[in-house]
Design a protein around this ligand. Structure first.
Ligand code: ADP
Ligand code: ZN
Length: 753
């Protein structure tokens, strides 16, 4: 019967941009998975359409080995979106399709097994104060360490994980159990906390809320939106954006009978937000979180594909949820950098959401108190409809912010050397004491992300590139200051050009040190620390936050992960220990990121009837990110920052692509980076695309995991010429097969580190 086989084009998960022709006896619709032979291996590819056979020339095409599913794995709208990503980011369509599908569907065999069980140590009893701890562990410092680690992990951690972190023997754990401070349980490794806590989750209040008139206006506008309409919901912290999302979903899912995707920056960091969706829509919701096993993820994917679950809630990759008849896509905290994927395909989920909504005929809502400047510009120019929630629900005020100038504050009382190491100013220390004494809760932020070293004098001046208005990066060997945008270099001078004071390399102050200091100053306060070290357990975040919610923590100290989405009425004080960390990263988005961080963390204070206040410690109180965050003034910040990005121009004034060359040998990396830059310059000279080529230069973080890194930056006012140049580069310049060389194209980078 199969007289003439059907020729199809197949996208394969290989780093090659072309598709491959195969022959199939049965017709295959686009989006179907097909198992095909590739060099004697069985590989899963995606049929992207019929083939004209032109690429074959004389060769006979190989046959498709199997068509495993009855239905296409990628619905037509999703396949179109994948195609857009592949074209825009100049990456193989097969790799994009693979990233869009659950891992289990990328394998020719059967799905991976479910979770396994392991021994888990669970905290029992409490030792809330420093004094009680000292009494309990007087002669057992290792037990104390284990106890405190377990506590900071949320009171529950796998035994092997604990032992590995502490480098101690199981005798320490046995000691804790003997003293009654912990017990051992056996638990499934991949547990789904959203499934496990079904019972205790009821939040009846949510369903009963009536939207305010500002919320209702936003809801009405979104619901009335045309297919593909896109909105920017700019609502200050505590203005009730979540209720807007919930009401829009109510309409889309329950009234229109369609489906929806909700993106959040990180599931583990936003348990409260996720919970509100679950509480309202219950079984209609699939929460796609990183704790799912491959098998569980596949189950969730199938339920969505069949329309049994109609709301997908998840981080970045949930944008690929295969929902039929999509009616809405919501991107909460749209400014978050975690929406950008760090490896190929380097898509930005916000941008994919806009494209996918258009393909699927859904409305798209981007929400934030501190929108990205890209979205803000899009709203100003009419590509997004702007909706505003300018006030907190219930008439609550935003908290008053006090900016403490560390240069003044510490100089009066302390000699220079001590002042530099001082962590808490008198006003912040007094405020913590007051609020804790009143039985209220305190959040303290220490943003530690400053990994590119810079130099600063005691007055707060920072060495800046004369050509780029970007902080110079300190390099140790040879000792010099480098601008990684234009390669300007200068000696690491010992004195400040502005005030003549000594320039010092900035050293990071850690959350652990600060925690110790807090414990000394406030021996009776119950302190919890939340950072990358205390949250390595999958659900550690949620557990720490639950303890805060139950009032078992007086002071929550953490990195930027505590700044997001938390809604606790009894947090009345927020303190920022050092607003300057990260402000001087050699990155054009540094100010924007610090403004967002300060505004977001300040927004955690005063959400309840008791009101709240914020204390920000800084050495640069005049910086526009600090000034406008202190007055909660996004509009002024955006205006000032946008004008800064006009000259010299940076996004959103123009488009950037970062070409990153990496490899094991520094000389090979530098040489190939030179070849990349020369190729781009030659292409520009030949085709007059209007693309500016900067570099090559070492990346600010010039070595990661033994790989040296250099980069070339492309700037372009227009999208299409940049796309053309990048495609030409990807297809035309061969990466030498030496020293593990790689060329990565990062279009619209969120950071240039
Ligand atoms: P945002 O995300 O904008 O910072 P949330 O969505 O977390 O704000 O809402 C802040 C608080 O206000 C939440 O506790 C929420 O339950 C409450 N809230 C929201 N809308 C209303 C409303 N219409 N009436 C009463 N309370 C509301
Ligand atoms: Zn420069």
């Amino acid at each position: 019967m199969a007289s003439s086989p059907h020729l199809i084009e197949v996208a394969l998960p290989l780093p090659l941009r072309q598709t491959f022709t195969y022959a199939s006896d049965a017709p295959v619709a686009p989006g179907h998975r097909v198992v095909v032979p590739v060099r004697n291996k069985r590989v899963v590819g995606i049929c992207v359409g019929p083939s004209d056979g032109v690429a074959l020339a004389e060769v006979t095409p190989k046959g498709v080995l199997a068509i495993p599913d009855a239905e296409p794995a990628l619905p037509a709208d999703l396949l179109a979106t994948c195609r857009w990503i592949a074209d825009y980011h100049v990456v193989s369509l097969g790799l994009v399709c693979r990233a869009a599908l659950p891992v289990a569907l990328g394998q020719a065999g059967t799905p991976a097994p479910r979770g396994r069980t392991e021994r888990v140590l669970v905290l029992e009893g409490t030792l809330p104060t420093l004094q009680s701890r000292e009494a309990a562990f007087r002669r057992a410092p290792q037990q104390r360490q284990a106890y405190e680690l377990l506590e900071s992990l949320g009171g529950r951690a796998s035994v092997p994980h604990l032992l590995r972190q502490l480098g101690c023997t199981s005798a320490v754990v046995d000691g804790l159990v003997r003293k009654g401070f912990a017990r051992i349980e056996s638990a499934t490794v991949f547990r789904d906390p959203f499934a496990a806590r079904e019972g205790e989750r009821a939040r009846p209040a949510v369903a009963a809320l009536r939207p305010t008139s500002a919320q209702q206006a936003a809801i009405d506008a979104i619901v009335a939106g045309e297919p593909g309409a896109a909105f920017l919901l700019h609502g200050i912290t505590g203005s009730g954006k979540t209720l807007v999302y919930l009401e829009v979903l109510e309409q889309v899912v329950r009234v229109e009978g369609r489906s929806a995707i909700v993106l959040v920056p990180e599931i583990a960091l936003t348990p409260q937000t996720v919970e509100r969706f679950r509480a309202r829509f219950g079984d209609l919701v699939a929460v796609l979180h990183s704790g799912l096993s491959d098998g569980e993820r596949l189950d969730a994917w199938r339920a969505l594909r069949r329309g049994e679950k109609r709301i997908a809630v998840g981080a970045r990759s949930a944008i690929f949820a295969p929902l039929p008849d999509l009616g809405a896509i919501i991107v909460d905290e749209e400014h978050e950098a975690s929406y950008k994927q760090a490896e190929a395909p380097r898509y930005h989920a916000r941008e994919v959401a806009l494209i996918h909504a258009r393909e699927a005929g859904a409305r798209c809502v981007l929400g934030s108190a501190t929108p990205s400047l890209e979205s803000w510009r899009n709203a100003q120019e009419g590509r997004l409809s702007l909706l505003s929630l300018p006030a907190r629900v219930g008439g609550g005020a935003l908290p008053a912010v006090r900016v403490v100038d560390l240069r003044q504050e510490l100089k009066v009382s302390l000699p220079d050397e001590r002042a530099r190491r001082q962590v808490l100013s008198a006003p912040l220390e007094a405020a913590i004491r007051d609020h804790v004494a009143r039985g209220e809760q305190v959040i303290l932020l220490l943003n530690r992300r400053g990994y590119a070293p810079f130099v600063q004098c005691a007055e707060g001046h920072v060495a800046v590139c004369p050509h780029c208005s970007i902080s110079l990066t300190y390099h140790r060997t040879p000792e010099r200051l480098v601008c990684h945008y234009c390669q300007h270099q200068e000696a690491a001078g010992r004195t400040c050009a502005d005030c003549g004071g000594a320039m010092e390399r900035q050293r990071g102050l850690g959350t652990q040190q600060v925690e110790r200091l807090l414990a000394e100053r406030f021996p009776t306060a119950r302190i919890a620390r939340m950072d990358a070290d205390t949250t390595s357990g999958k659900w550690a975040h949620a557990e720490i936050l639950e303890r805060v919610g139950r009032g078992e923590v007086d002071v929550l100290l953490g990195t930027q992960m505590i700044a997001k989405g938390l809604d606790f009425a009894s947090v009345t004080l927020v303190g920022v220990i050092d607003a300057d960390v990260g402000l001087h990263l050699p990155d054009f988005r540094a100010s924007e990121r610090i403004f967002q961080l300060l505004s977001q963390v300040a927004g955690r204070a005063g959400r309840g009837p008791k009101g709240g206040e914020v204390v920000i410690q800084t050495r640069t109180p005049g910086h526009h990110a600090v000034r406008h965050a202190a007055t909660h003034d996004f509009l002024r910040f955006a205006a000032e920052e946008l004008s800064n990005r006009e000259s010299p121009p940076y996004p959103p004034t123009l488009r950037l692509a970062n070409l990153i060359v990496s490899g094991l040998d520094e000389v090979l990396v530098a040489t190939f980076a030179g070849a990349v830059a020369r190729w781009c310059v030659a292409a520009e000279a030949r085709f007059a695309l209007g693309v500016t080529v900067l570099g090559p230069a070492p990346c600010p973080v010039d070595r990661i995991k033994t790989r040296w890194r250099w980069h070339v930056i492309l700037k372009s006012e227009k999208v299409a010429p940049l796309t053309r140049l990048l495609r030409g580069l990807a297809d035309g310049l061969e990466v030498p097969a030496a020293g593990g060389l790689r060329l990565a194209i990062d279009r619209d980078p969120v950071a240039l580190l």
